[in-house]
Design a binder for this molecule. Structure first.
Ligand SMILES: Cc1ncc(COP(=O)(O)O)c(C=O)c1O
Length: 389
């Protein structure tokens, strides 16, 4: 076979998927590793997509998406996120993934640096690597509730830095940034003339009051915001998201997703339109469930003296396993193979995630209770072994 670009052979792949592969070797583990909601897409959304398909909505859409959907998105951005844009500044993408990758493809030259959160969603580093650019991690600290440290971000800037990527609410930490912190990031970006790429895939999944969209605070000429239907409406498999930013930039996203996907799936866009136009109680119900599970997990861990960092959004929680003396892969594999509970090692999200395990809240309450019913005593065993070593 002729060769592939050598570069792609070194692309870092998702530790989450690696963990799921290990789980296949174990008999009936209780999995707390997934990032896919355990809910199915609400029926009215599925019905609307089916009806649109039967009515002939099965061809390509314009490259930047159906106008009706872009208008509905612009309206949502205004009333949910405080981002005031017309529909012409909205491009519909193949999930937040497609929006992020096309954004980076448009912005990054080979050798450019992009600041990404550590711990952060593992796909960021992979996307930047594939473009022959360099991901530079800015560290987040558990002692600060994993909140951004604007000084650490500024300290990581070099002449090659092109942008700062933010993710609030965060996967894997569940942290939600304050308006004050985001304002500081905007100041830093303006001072160094950088792009701000804000991944807000979990924008509506917050537990203790709404989050802030950085674009609502200003930076009209440099902030790019990326959103998803995946998490808010349990629509991960439909692959629809959207990007908004300066109009000349949004146009480039539309032009550059064209050679890769032409457009986001038209049937899925009809589903997304129904999601925005229909009743929103499904979102409230899912957020209530994630909050209830966050509280359940927090109670079970606290009762078992297992340290953790309380998340305020998204649907993950980071368990602190530093007292076991084990690195996160060894600990996660021991929990899986010897105690039958699947988690994701913090190292899968960057070196600042070492010493932690990510557990999901996107699983049924009973599954979370059963998984923690295994994890808590296993943690006690591992820490007592560490104390006597
Ligand atoms: C932080 C973050 N951004 C983006 C995505 C991708 O979302 P989508 O399914 O819309 O591509 C995910 C999915 O897990 C995520 O966790």
């Amino acid at each position: 076979m002729p060769t592939v670009r050598p570069w792609v052979l070194d692309t870092p792949h998702s530790g989450i998927r690696r963990m799921l592969e290990h789980a296949r070797e174990v008999d009936s583990p209780v999995m707390l590793a997934n990032g896919d909601p355990n809910f199915v897409t609400p029926a009215h959304i599925i019905d609307a997509a089916a009806a649109a398909a039967h009515a002939g909505g099965t061809g390509y859409s314009p490259g930047d998406g159906l106008v009706a959907l872009r208008e509905a998105v612009a309206d949502k951005l205004g009333h949910v996120n405080g981002i005031d844009v017309g529909y012409e500044r909205v491009c519909i993408t193949t999930g937040a993934c497609g929006g992020l990758y096309t954004t980076l493809m448009v912005l990054l030259d080979p050798g450019d640096e992009l600041l990404i959160p550590d711990p952060g969603w593992s796909n960021y580093a992979a996307m930047v690597h594939v473009l022959n650019a360099t991901p530079v991690a800015y560290p987040l600290r558990p002692e600060a509730g994993w909140s951004l440290d604007a000084d650490a971000i500024e300290a990581s800037i070099t002449p090659r830095t092109r942008g700062i990527l933010l993710n609030s609410p965060s996967n894997p930490t569940g942290s939600v940034e304050s308006a004050q912190t985001l304002r500081r990031v905007l100041q830093i970006a303006a001072r160094h003339d950088l792009w701000v790429i804000s991944d807000e895939a979990y924008d509506q999944l917050t537990f203790d009051g709404p989050g802030t969209s950085i674009a609502s605070l200003g930076g009209d000429d440099r902030v790019i915001s990326i959103f998803a239907f995946s998490k808010t409406y349990a629509m991960t498999g439909w692959r629809v998201g959207y990007v908004t930013g300066p109009s000349a930039f949004t146009r480039q996203v539309s032009l550059h997703q064209e050679p890769v996907v032409s457009c986001a799936s038209t049937v899925s866009q009809h589903a997304a339109l129904a999601a925005l136009a229909g009743p929103q109680d499904c979102v409230t119900e899912m957020v209530d469930a994630y909050r209830r599970r966050r509280d359940l997990a927090a109670r079970l861990l606290a009762d078992g003296d297992v340290p953790f960092v309380l998340p305020h959004g998204a649907f993950f929680l980071m368990v602190d396993i530093r007292a076991t003396g084990l690195d996160s892969w060894t600990c996660a594999l021991a929990l899986l193979r010897e105690h039958g509970v699947g988690t994701v090692p913090g190292l899968a999200f960057g070196s600042a995630g070492e010493g932690f395990l990510r557990i999901t809240l996107a699983a049924a309450d009973e599954q979370i209770a059963a998984g923690l019913g295994r994890l808590v005593p296993a943690y006690a065993q591992l820490t007592s072994a560490a104390a006597h070593a």
